[in-house]
Design a binder for this molecule. Structure first.
Ligand code: LMR
Length: 392
């Protein structure tokens, strides 16, 4: 039976991680997977996380099961963080990471409307389409980027005019992965109008809250949608904002037309958890709840996250400047304007391969660079190597 299975197409980000791990060269520079690194090249445990973990370790009396939806305190704290207020229209469950949340909200879509088409911008994070297709949902592409590294909103909206009522539109709350090009406030308003007019349901992926313009700013678009539309789906991750990558912290959320619908949808999400993995992981979720519900820990976390955000932005400016000098060219302004961990470098596949083979610099094959993986020490090396491969 199993011998008949074909090998799956590799996820480009995971394939790159594996390739890097197998590379014996010293001084490899990992600008692939989306993981934050500090100026010393480490991915630190945030101070508030370490303090919350110590508190949990000292006080926890049991590891007994919680409910299928996870800890209600976690759900409430995350709803506050995402939407700014609680609502009796919300159904939410804890999930293993942001990918688990995407899987659960899309499984909910597949149950509610198996004919739903899932509209995903080009480019997008590869797991969006992989999860939707894995659930048997049809994926439709829509335009996203303009030639200047911003969002081509007109082209995006024109494509979405082709969507049917009940279709789902995947949106990145902030820090677009892979481009760093985010929707403006006007763009969010236009998307909300289109969803309302055509009966489309937005699915907002919130993976980088706090990495872009700020904790509130990064979910302003989501809150605009939530304020005006009857139904909004959210897949949120605690991996980046709390640095809890391997703990798998996620939240699947559905804003429903009313409290009765929210009750049924909450039960459906809990049943989906039961079927897929039964109970969601608790440790990372408990860390997040402890931080969000303690004013001192929360202030500490916010301050550290603000520092991370400033460092990523400083990396953007430093890389843009280093590239201008190394290539003696202009054209790197978009790098500074874009937000979050990622930007796309305009490099042909053979140039990206040359960076990897000759300079041990790892970028995702589509040209995505993890700005948050750069350090003051690696920025000049990377800029010089890019200039070298561009010269051929
Ligand atoms: C990324 O885009 O690199 C991260 O979100 C990690 C992942 O799972 O792909």
């Amino acid at each position: 039976m199993l011998g008949a299975l074909a090998a799956p197409a590799p996820d480009p980000i995971i394939a790159l991680m594996q390739r890097l791990a197998a590379d014996p060269r010293d001084g490899r520079i990992d600008l692939g997977v989306g993981v934050y690194r500090d100026a010393a090249g480490r991915t630190p445990v945030m101070g508030a996380v370490a303090a919350a973990e110590a508190r949990i370790l000292a006080a926890q009396q049991t590891k007994g099961y919680l409910g299928l939806a996870g800890d209600p305190g976690f759900l409430a704290a995350m709803v506050d963080l995402l939407l700014g207020a609680s609502s009796d229209r919300v159904a939410a469950v804890a999930t293993p990471g942001g990918s688990g949340a995407l899987r659960q909200v899309l499984a909910l879509v597949a149950q509610a409307n198996p004919d739903a088409q899932v509209w995903i911008g080009v480019p997008s994070w590869p797991n969006h389409a992989a999860i939707a297709e894995g659930l048997g949902l049809a994926v439709r592409p829509h335009a996203y980027l303009d030639a200047g590294g911003g969002v081509d909103t007109a082209a995006m909206l024109a494509d979405l005019e082709g969507a049917r009522a009940g279709d789902v539109v995947v949106l990145h709350a902030s820090c677009h992965n892979p481009s760093g090009a985010d929707l403006t406030g006007d763009d969010w308003a236009a998307v909300a109008d289109l969803c309302a007019r055509r009966g489309l349901v937005p699915l907002v992926d919130v993976a980088y809250q706090g990495f872009g313009a700020g904790l509130e700013e990064d979910v302003a678009g989501l809150r605009h949608l939530a304020g005006g539309l009857p139904e909004v789906l959210v897949a949120a991750s605690g991996s980046k904002s709390f640095g809890l990558y391997r703990e798998r912290v996620g939240l699947a959320l559905a804003l429903c037309a009313g409290p009765a619908e929210a009750g049924r949808v909450g039960a459906a999400l809990a049943a989906l958890n039961r079927r897929n993995f039964a109970f969601p992981p608790d440790h990372g979720a408990r860390v997040v709840t402890t931080i969000l519900r303690d004013p001192v820990l929360c202030a500490d976390w916010r301050a550290e996250l603000a520092g991370i955000r400033r460092r990523v932005q400083a990396n953007r400016s430093a890389l843009a400047q280093a590239l201008r000098v190394a290539t003696q060219g202009a054209g790197f302004d978009a790098l500074e304007r874009q937000r979050g961990m990622f930007s796309l470098l305009d490099l042909a596949p053979d140039r990206i391969e040359a960076l990897r083979e000759r300079h041990a610099i790892y970028l995702v094959p589509d040209g995505r660079i993890n700005i948050a993986g750069l350090t003051p020490a690696t920025i000049p090396t990377v800029a010089t190597a890019i200039a070298t491969v561009l010269r051929g």
